[in-house]
Design a protein around this ligand. Structure first.
Ligand code: ATP
Ligand code: MG
Length: 368
């Protein structure tokens, strides 16, 4: 399928008052028909991006494009987007049918057409037959689906969802994650979903933008972001990781925890200081003498499917290990890992620099 850009942010900066920058020169492209997630901690600017797309607030600098046209001055009601809010913002005095029909009534759509579209929207979210129910008689998950039906009934090109699952309990939340993902595929509408939950983002998205203090720290598919976090913030934020200081000796050799190890990274300066990331599940427990690094087990928890151990090496680096094998607290053990499990990050590396570096590895592999 040809790539078709539906929304583009070009160097968008947002200040609410003259000196606090909430979004700082943000640029990105949204392609039609995909599921996007804005992921980041509270206050990083997620809702602000949605508000800019929806037209509820104006950019201080930069340009916003929709289908190739600059829309900075286009009012909210003229934009082809609908928002599903965190608290759903349903009308408690209207029944399910009238909640979903609300937007169409305002546009003075004819009754026969309203009827057809409301029924279709309710069918899409598996709520056929609930037309006459009061909102107050609906469960949290059902209200969620009414809110989504109310957005899709307008047949928008883009649906914005601001933490729509955060009010639900864990079980319902997981169910709704599947439902939403499935709904997006069936509708083919572009979804921009906001969450601060990394597992949710990894499970649902085609593309993730990781936001931090008003900037996009990294963007990519869930696997890109999970496998190759580009800086310490992203690594820390996307799942628990081990991050230890190291030194790139030369291509394919990195030093950390007092030893030199084979890795897959190249093109850094000889003896450059770096941060080394190894995921807990990429560490394998072995006996003291067989391990690449030696650690002492400080504590251990059973997590249902695996044990989680916190260990320390001689240099006092902390190592979190996920293993199906059990260790003994206080015991000295060895840890093994593959060269591919080592992710070397330059200090302060930008996304472009990191992408270039990864590309160069692939080219080098090709030439071999
Ligand atoms: N109307 C406003 N006036 C002034 N500052 C605002 C306004 N709206 C948001 N901000 C500030 O902008 C920053 C980003 O807010 P935003 O709502 O985009 O964050 P968020 O990533 O959605 O956070 P959360 O996960 O808590 O919803 C915050 O520091 C917030 O205080
Ligand atoms: Mg928000």
């Amino acid at each position: 399928m040809e790539k078709e850009v539906i929304i583009r942010f070009d160097n968008v900066t947002k200040r609410y008052d003259s000196d606090t920058v909430v979004l700082d020169h943000v640029s990105f492209e949204i392609e039609r028909g995909k599921f996007y997630t804005l992921l980041g901690p509270s206050g990083c600017g997620k809702t602000t991006i949605l508000r800019l797309i929806a037209g509820f607030t104006e950019a201080s600098e930069g340009d916003i494009y929709f289908n190739g046209k600059r829309i900075n001055q286009v009012p909210a009601n003229k934009r082809q987007v609908n928002t599903v809010f965190q608290d759903y913002a349903l009308f408690p005095h209207l029944n399910v049918y009238e909640n979903v029909a609300f937007g169409l009534r305002i546009k003075k759509v004819k009754q026969a057409e309203v009827d057809r579209r409301v029924k279709e929207a309710l069918r899409f979210v598996n709520l056929s037959g609930y037309e006459n129910r009061e909102i107050t008689e609906m469960s949290g998950g059902q209200r969620q689906r009414v809110a989504i039906a109310r957005a899709i009934v307008n047949e928008p090109e883009v649906i914005l969802l601001d933490e729509p699952l955060s009010a639900l309990d864990l079980k319902l939340r997981t169910e709704m994650q599947y439902e939403l993902r499935d709904l997006q595929k069936r509708l083919g509408i572009t979804f921009i979903f906001v969450t601060h939950d990394q597992e949710e983002a990894l499970a649902m998205s085609d593309e993730i933008f990781v936001l931090h203090e008003g900037r996009i720290e990294q963007s990519g598919t869930p696997t890109d972001i999970y496998d190759e976090p580009i800086n310490r913030f992203v690594a820390d934020f996307i799942g628990e990781s081990n991050i230890v200081p190291g030194k790139m000796i030369k291509d394919f050799e990195v030093e950390f925890a007092g030893k030199v190890f084979e890795c897959v990274d190249q093109g850094l300066n000889p003896n450059e200081s770096v941060e080394v990331v190894i995921r807990p599940e990429d560490l394998e427990i072995t006996s003291w003498d067989k391990g690449k690094i030696q650690v002492k087990v400080d504590s251990q928890l059973f997590r249902g499917v695996h044990y989680e151990m916190l260990c320390y090496d001689e240099a006092k680096n902390e190592w979190l290990v996920h293993s199906t094998k059990k260790a003994i607290v206080g015991e000295e053990i060895g840890l093994n890992f593959e060269p591919e499990a080592i992710h070397v990050m330059r200090l302060g590396e930008t996304e472009e620099e990191f992408d270039k570096r990864l590309e160069s590895y692939q080219e080098a592999r090709h030439e071999q």
